[in-house]
Design a protein around this ligand. Structure first.
Ligand code: DGJ
Length: 721
């Protein structure tokens, strides 16, 4: 709900449990007043900071009533009297005299506008938008700030548009999606740190201190190392209680979140495109839209914040047709045969798949090349390995009653390829011999001709093939991103716009099938990608003991159904062994599949796999639409435990895994979460019936779970009776 109090000039954006309040201040600036737990429609302008000491520059000539340096701001241009971290930096024809922005007009309406060329939260029945126009006194530079409300999931989406209304050029050096000020600095920051094979595995929490904390990526991707998610939470917030604010961006390229503490000890959060090397020129009449930022507030700690985001992503970001759809249980050829994959091997996988409860066979990398040194860009099926071609193979797989998926990496080109020889200027580069990674370069997608050429080549090669699923990979990050055609400062952002365009074109041409995106494991796990693909390959590290950290970290920002997990040999990256049941439990955390050479497994093994596929299907409803409660963090290094609970609270499942347990801790009790205290639940394993209140307050004893092999972990399902 969005309300405007004409008299007080206060905007109140209200979700089910939160309030976001801003106002038009005395000098027509757009001032931020409050974001947090829901409040009534009070005239809270009184909270505005009027503590203006003699030294501060102020607007009024008569008194010192207002200074942009101390009040909360909805947008904070550089050189405008606000001396804190700016959210936008620009100059008009070389002059920085168009920066004091004043309110001009606003609109409140049902629904929302699309952000042309960029992913954004989708419109739903409840969506409402507040649009506020600001400009400088000369009316040369115009900003439109968009606030779109998703009240039932406590999410507000923000982005902004800048327009050049003058006759000269407008140069932008920093253009964030949002700026948010809080009074005080009593926060912890929470970010997801990692690296290749360890993506988002470290939930990094630290008290905010004076200065600037920056969470960002300069890799042309959202990256393996950092993630566009960030939380600010109260020092005492935990998984279940306390103020927690979550922020994320629907963007897959260079992003930045800056959290800065001012000289007065107030906090500012800015999120958007990273400004390093960014420079964008708008000619007269042109405009630029920022990526969308999303934010949520919960008084139920980091757990509540995660659940809000999970609901928003499933309901409003992932395409409706896939969001709640049971996901394919795939067998992927990569860890089964890497580059030695052949038609014969794929058909053998398909033959065994039927005995394992698998419904989709995915042909990964290797169908158009013998190794990673060539083939990208050319996309010509290796007919020696695949004599029936992709069309023929897909028909054969379908004839066996299975679905067919294929791997692509459309944004890349090998240096040994005809495409590169024919189009030597088709890559992102700043020199003749750019750094190479995995023998490949990134195509210059800032150029529409390259986007079209590569889309045509791929669609031509796959014409007639019966494809049900695409795995879309991206195996290197950008180093020296420059273009033969595009101004340097615009390259990184235009590259993302080109990548999203290529995704949209190929999605449409390939029949709008389910996409799983991927980036050398989990290097592009972000909301931009989730707009196009309901699930993302989480990491190339499939050792379940390592994966629990990766999956747990990822769950802070993303729903489990988006987290693609496979049952594999388990030892490929670390050499560590694990039991089948343990591997299944870890992979069933998210969207489940297999990545094994099934010919190496006995009939007994396959029967076990079939059992796992069936169990996954039986409980998949909890993944697709349930709530996740984290009970024990793997970072304790002893155990990992979480629950998934259906929205109606009639079904709940506890998973408990031993990581490195030692004897003395075994008598610990574990209090369950998320149940209805008033409902009685039957433990499906033991038949015991206890109230939700009992299970959540008294808990269960961990050593009561120890009935089977401890290395397997435990899953206990509870049904309301
Ligand atoms: C990286 C991915 O994460 C793997 O699953 C696999 O698809 C390879 N790329 C193929 O090159």
């Amino acid at each position: 709900m969005i309300r405007f109090n004409e008299q007080e000039k206060i905007f109140h954006i209200q979700t089910q449990n939160s309030s976001y309040v801003l106002c038009i201040s005395d000098f027509n600036a757009l001032e931020h007043l409050y974001y947090g737990k829901k409040i009534p429609d009070d005239g809270i302008k009184y909270i505005s900071n009027r503590q203006i000491y003699a030294h501060l520059a102020h607007e009024s000539r008569e008194n010192r009533a207002y200074s942009a340096a101390v009040v909360g701001m909805e947008i904070a241009p550089f050189n405008s009297g606000d001396i804190r971290t700016p959210s936008v930096v620009y100059d008009y024809n070389g002059c920085v005299d168009h920066n004091r922005l004043r309110y001009q007009s606003h609109k409140i309406y049902k629904g929302r506008k699309r952000i042309e060329g960029l992913p954004h939260s989708r419109e739903s029945e409840e969506t409402e938008t507040l649009e506020i126009v600001l400009s400088d006194d000369e009316k040369t530079v115009e900003f439109t700030l968009f606030y779109t409300v998703y009240a039932s999931v406590d999410v507000i989406a923000r982005h902004q548009k800048i327009k050049n209304n003058g006759t000269m050029s407008l140069s932008i050096q920093k253009f964030s999606s949002m700026c948010l000020d809080f009074y005080g600095m009593d926060f912890d920051t929470v970010t997801l740190e990692g690296m290749y094979l360890y993506e988002r595995a470290q939930v990094s929490r630290a008290p905010l201190s004076r200065g600037v904390f920056k969470n960002n990526s300069l890799t042309g991707t959202s990256s393996h190392n950092r993630n566009p998610f960030i939380a600010l939470c109260a020092h005492n917030a935990d998984e279940d209680q306390g103020d927690a604010y979550g922020f994320n961006l629907l963007y897959s390229g260079n992003f930045a979140e800056e959290v800065s503490v001012s000289h007065l000890g107030d906090t500012r959060l800015i999120a958007g495109i990273d400004d390093t090397g960014f420079a964008w020129t708008l000619k007269a009449g042109e405009s630029l839209s920022s990526p969308e930022a999303v934010m949520t507030y919960s008084d139920q700690g980091l757990g509540g914040m995660s659940r809000n985001f999970h609901d928003h992503i499933r309901q409003n970001i992932i395409e409706k047709q896939f969001a709640f759809m049971p996901r394919p249980i795939v067998i992927n050829s990569w860890e089964a045969s890497y580059f030695t994959v052949t038609e014969e091997k794929v058909l053998a996988l398909a033959e065994s798949a039927k005995d394992c409860g698998i419904d989709t066979v995915v042909l990964d990398d290797g169908w158009f090349r013998p190794h990673d040194r060539k083939g990208l860009g050319d996309w010509r099926t290796d007919r020696e390995k695949f004599p029936s071609g992709i069309k023929g193979l897909s028909q054969k797989v379908h004839a066996m009653g299975l679905k067919f998926g294929i791997w692509l990496e459309p944004e890349m080109v090998n240096d040994q390829s005809d495409f590169y020889k024919e189009n030597p200027d088709c890559i992102l580069a700043t020199s003749k011999l750019p750094l190479i990674s995995r023998y490949q370069y990134i195509l210059d997608l800032t150029r529409d001709d390259i986007v079209q050429k590569i889309a045509d080549r791929i669609s031509e090669e796959l014409q007639g093939a019966e494809i049900d699923y695409i795995k879309w990979d991206f195996n290197r990050y950008a180093t020296e991103a420059g273009s033969y055609k595009t101004p340097q400062g615009e390259v990184y952002h235009r590259q993302m716009l080109g990548a999203y365009k290529l995704l949209a074109i190929l999605k449409e041409r390939l029949g709008n099938v389910l996409f799983e995106t991927c980036s050398g494991g989990g290097g592009r796990f972000d909301l931009g990608m989730l707009y196009y693909s309901p699930q993302i390959w989480t990491s190339d590290n499939t050792d379940p003991y390592a994966r629990v950290f990766i999956q747990n970290g990822t769950s802070y920002a993303y729903p489990v159904s988006a987290i693609s997990c496979h049952f594999t040999r388990g030892d490929c990256t670390t050499g560590r062994t694990s039991s089948y049941d343990f591997r299944y439990r870890v992979a069933a955390f998210g969207s489940y599949g297999y990545e094994l050479d099934l010919s190496e497994y006995s009939a007994e093994d396959k029967a076990a796999f079939k059992g796992y596929s069936e169990s996954y299907r039986k409980d998949e409803d909890l993944n697709l639409s349930g709530d996740l409660y984290r009970l024990i963090s793997p970072e304790t290094n002893l155990f990992y435990a979480y629950m998934k609970v259906s929205k109606d609270k009639n079904k709940a499942q506890l998973t408990f895994l031993e990581l490195n347990a030692s004897g003395f801790i075994e008598s610990t009790t574990l209090r369950l979460k998320g149940l209805d205290p008033e409902k009685a639940y039957k433990n499906a394993e033991t038949g015991e019936v206890l109230y939700g209140a009992t299970l959540m307050n008294v808990g269960i004893r961990i050593n009561d779970l120890y009935r089977k092999k401890r290395e397997d972990g435990y899953t206990v399902t509870f049904y309301a009776v």
